[in-house]
Design a binder for this molecule. Structure first.
Ligand SMILES: [Zn+2]
Length: 258
């Protein structure tokens, strides 16, 4: 069965994309974009060039402006969120991410392999074969055309993007990955949480240990203080703020067992 990605309007100019490709069964990746004046701000690029192209074609159609100012914000360095970045870069998007993402991409963040699905295409193909029983040919075909680019701009703690009288807050929310950020649009009270928030499924905690899980809890507690009407999580359906509490409880239980 072929599952097609889905685009949902969430508020004026705000869109959430779900059901993008992920190699695991019944797990999909999310992304989204916000149209503000002449700006089209994408949050995450999906895992395939095809999904990246699809996301970009959707936003260009909706924004319907000549020569838009394109942005691509990457929530963290894992392949399921960044491997679709090529069409954005080729269309002239300015890529913004956490400084750790730049370090991971330039392979200056040891131990590199420990992050599981990481940023080397050959590694991800091997991972798809070993873990998700793809043939090498199929995995290569899925990742055809994948090319990675370093961000144009990075930050460490937080950053505000000023956009034609509106703004986006980029917050470092480590835990799932050290490069993890959340993107908050105050005007629509929408949070693009990346993999800081999981909806309806068990959180992927294998990239860290007790220290990272505690960090993750603190990140979620910080988000919980914000005015949020809806969350676009990294995986799962677009959800309500209450999902944050569920994630915290899960991580607390997990931490206690250690
Ligand atoms: Zn993910």
């Amino acid at each position: 069965m072929i599952v097609l990605p889905d685009l949902q309007p969430l508020a004026e100019g705000v869109y959430g994309a779900t059901k993008l490709f992920h190699p695991a069964r019944n797990l999909y990746t999310n992304a989204g974009f916000i149209v503000i004046g002449r700006n089209i701000v994408h949050i995450d690029a999906g895992m395939t060039t095809k999904d990246g192209e699809w996301l970009l074609s959707q936003s260009m159609k909706i924004a319907a402006v000549k020569n838009p100012k394109l942005w691509l914000i990457l929530t963290h360095h894992h392949s399921d969120h960044i491997f679709g970045m090529r069409p954005f870069k080729e269309a002239g998007a300015r890529i913004v991410a956490h400084e750790d993402l730049r370090k991971f991409l330039s392979k200056r963040m040891p131990p590199f392999f420990k992050t599981g699905i990481n940023t080397t295409k050959s590694y991800v193909i091997k991972f798809m074969v070993e873990r998700f029983s793809y043939t090498k040919e199929n995995a290569e075909k899925m990742l055809e055309g994948v090319k990675l680019f370093l961000p144009d701009e990075t930050f460490t703690d937080e950053k505000t993007l000023q956009l034609d009288g509106d703004e986006l807050l980029l917050l470092h929310t480590p835990g799932h990955a050290s490069s993890e950020i959340s993107v908050y649009h105050h005007t629509s009270k929408t949070l693009f949480a990346g993999d800081t928030v999981y909806e309806g499924r068990i959180l992927t905690t294998r990239f860290g240990g007790l220290r990272e899980w505690k960090q993750w809890i603190r990140s979620l507690e910080k988000l919980e203080l914000m005015e949020i009407d809806r969350i676009v999580p990294g995986h799962g359906i677009i959800c309500e703020k209450s999902e944050i509490r569920k994630n915290i409880e899960y991580l607390k239980k997990l931490s206690k067992r250690r």
